[in-house]
Ligand binder design. Structure first.
Ligand SMILES: C[S@@+](CC[C@H](N)C(=O)[O-])C[C@H]1O[C@@H](n2cnc3c(N)ncnc32)[C@H](O)[C@@H]1O
Length: 223
């Protein structure tokens, strides 16, 4: 089933200062990693480890990265890997940053930047071998529909992996509230809800690794 378009939250399109700060932290494992540990008690290296899944895709694979943001996941892509890497985001500014990062990693020839809403992805059913969605679900207005749309474009036996700020702990509620007020965060979900959304969308073998406020999920599309 193709989902109807739903609007983004708007705030990201305005190139918020928070976006620049966030991008800086994820690109600087030393100081940025310390900021992650202090702010959300999470190990930033898990994001890099999850992104390494990209480098394991064989030549000819199609990878969808949504939301690509500033391109943090590109560190997993290898020069000459000969894959098609669709970098999708609702913000042109973020796509420009992704392409700057792609040039820095010498992988720009494999990356196609696409303006897209995660609720209406410009890929056909079963088009992608791998979908990566880092630090994204909590930013979307309808995270459960985003999961369903990402699963739709995944091939049978394709992998989905990503991360999200979880709603499980009350400790981070002030952060979540501030983000929602700023138009940068959506309703998000708990770890159990994310696992449920994935499973309901045909994703099997779902794992969730929690590191502080962030949950890392992974699963395989089965039909
Ligand atoms: C916190 S950033 C994460 C980006 C990147 N994956 C990372 O880990 O650094 C969230 C991104 O979600 C994008 N975004 C927000 N709503 C979106 C939507 N409805 N569809 C696609 N992208 C969206 C924003 O533009 C922003 O780049």
């Amino acid at each position: 089933m193709r989902l109807s378009r739903f609007p983004g939250l708007g705030g990201w399109g305005d190139d918020p200062l928070w976006g620049t700060f966030y991008d800086w932290t994820v690109e600087h494992p030393g100081v940025g990693g310390a900021i992650w540990r202090a702010g959300v008690q999470s190990d930033l290296r898990l994001l890099y480890e999850a992104a390494a899944e990209i480098g394991r895709q064989p030549a000819g694979s199609r990878i969808l990265d949504v939301p690509c943001g500033g391109g943090v996941a590109l560190r997993g892509l290898r020069p000459g890997q000969a894959v098609e890497y669709v970098a999708a985001d609702i913000s042109q500014t973020m796509l420009d940053r992704t392409m700057d990062a792609a040039r820095g990693w010498h992988v720009a020839d494999q990356v196609e930047p696409v303006i897209a809403d995660v609720g209406d992805l410009p890929l056909d059913e079963g088009d992608a071998d791998l979908v990566v969605s880092f630090t994204g679900l909590h930013c979307f207005p309808h995270p459960e529909l985003a999961v369903s749309e990402m699963a739709r474009v995944l091939k049978p036996e394709g992998i989905i992996t990503g991360s999200a700020l979880l709603n499980d702990s009350r400790r981070y509620e002030p952060l979540r509230r501030a983000g929602r007020r700023a138009g940068l965060l959506g309703p998000g979900g708990t770890g159990d809800e994310i696992v449920h959304w994935l499973t309901r969308s045909g994703i099997a073998d779902v794992t969730l690794e929690v590191s502080g406020a962030i949950g890392y999920f992974r699963g395989v599309r089965r039909d």
